[in-house]
Design a protein around this ligand. Structure first.
Ligand SMILES: N[C@@H](CCC(=O)N[C@@H](CS)C(=O)NCC(=O)O)C(=O)O
Length: 256
């Protein structure tokens, strides 16, 4: 049994995680039919890389979704078995684009643009004890700003970043081009990575301009929605929920 550690869910959202990497990892496990148990925690420092997600397998901690996927491959679990060598090369490049470039566009629009941060910050830090919540939130935002500055994306204006995001989305849309998944009829690692990140554009509580940018590509939206409905039907919300923002903040799951 694999123990998956990730950030708590928001029970008011049908999307599994506000972390693209946690959503990617969980959909990978579900798509590969690997039995796992969820453990929800707020502090990524408990993981071997100081980040979520990580897993514990036979008492051994493995951090980073890509290392976890490598480990699963050694156990005979591989969502990329059907890929040709060329497709593997393309997958490698596109996953890197999603996880090292496009994600920074989302992080900037969530964590740095003040109007978005005013919505996103209180939402994700709701599970932190009230006494230290403000401090933890401010420290995390400062760390994120400095990371984005170091990476380079943080030096651009929001409109320049949006232009970069649009180029990445156009490339993803071109690769998908009418297929069910990026590599035909069977889900692969790239679909899981795209689901994790693009789903966060679509279900972002900060409602950033990246959602509208994604919606210009209906095939990419369909990919996210197909994968979500196939693998996370258990998180579907009852129709016409009338929960208030305050109630929803209390609804972060520590269970399932
Ligand atoms: N390359 C890692 C990235 C994981 C990652 O960046 N996780 C973020 C959440 S989306 C995190 O835990 N950040 C907390 C921190 O950096 O302090 C993976 O694929 O798992």
């Amino acid at each position: 049994m694999i123990h998956l550690y990730q950030f708590p869910r928001d029970k008011t959202s049908p999307f599994p995680s506000y972390s693209p990497f946690c959503a990617k990892m969980e959909v990978y496990l579900r798509a590969a039919k690997v039995p796992y148990e969820n453990h929800f925690a707020m502090n990524p420092a408990v993981g071997p890389k100081g980040k979520m997600p990580f897993v514990v397998v036979n008492g051994k901690k493995i951090g980073d979704s890509n290392f976890i996927i490598d480990h699963l491959r050694t156990e005979g679990v591989d969502l990329d078995q059907h890929l040709s060598p060329d497709q593997r090369a393309v997958s490698r490049a596109f996953v890197a684009m999603l996880e090292e470039h496009l994600v920074c566009g989302m992080l900037y629009h969530r964590w740095v643009v003040p109007e978005s941060w005013a919505k996103f910050g209180p939402k994700i830090f709701a599970p932190v004890p009230a006494l230290v919540r403000g401090l933890v939130q401010r420290m995390a935002q400062k760390k994120m700003k400095s990371r984005l500055h170091m990476q380079g994306m943080g030096r651009h204006s929001p409109s320049e970043i949006l232009a970069q995001v649009n180029k990445d989305l156009a490339a993803l849309d071109q690769l998908l081009s009418g297929k069910k998944f990026f590599f035909n009829q069977t889900i692969s690692t790239l679909d899981c990575a795209a689901f994790g990140l693009l789903g966060n554009f679509l279900y972002d509580p900060a409602d950033t301009p990246l959602k509208a940018a994604l919606q210009k590509y209906p095939a990419l939206v369909n990919l996210v929605e197909n994968v979500r409905k196939t693998y996370f039907a258990d998180l579907e919300l009852p129709p016409r929920s009338t929960k208030t923002q305050d109630q929803s903040a209390k609804n972060f799951s520590s269970g399932k």
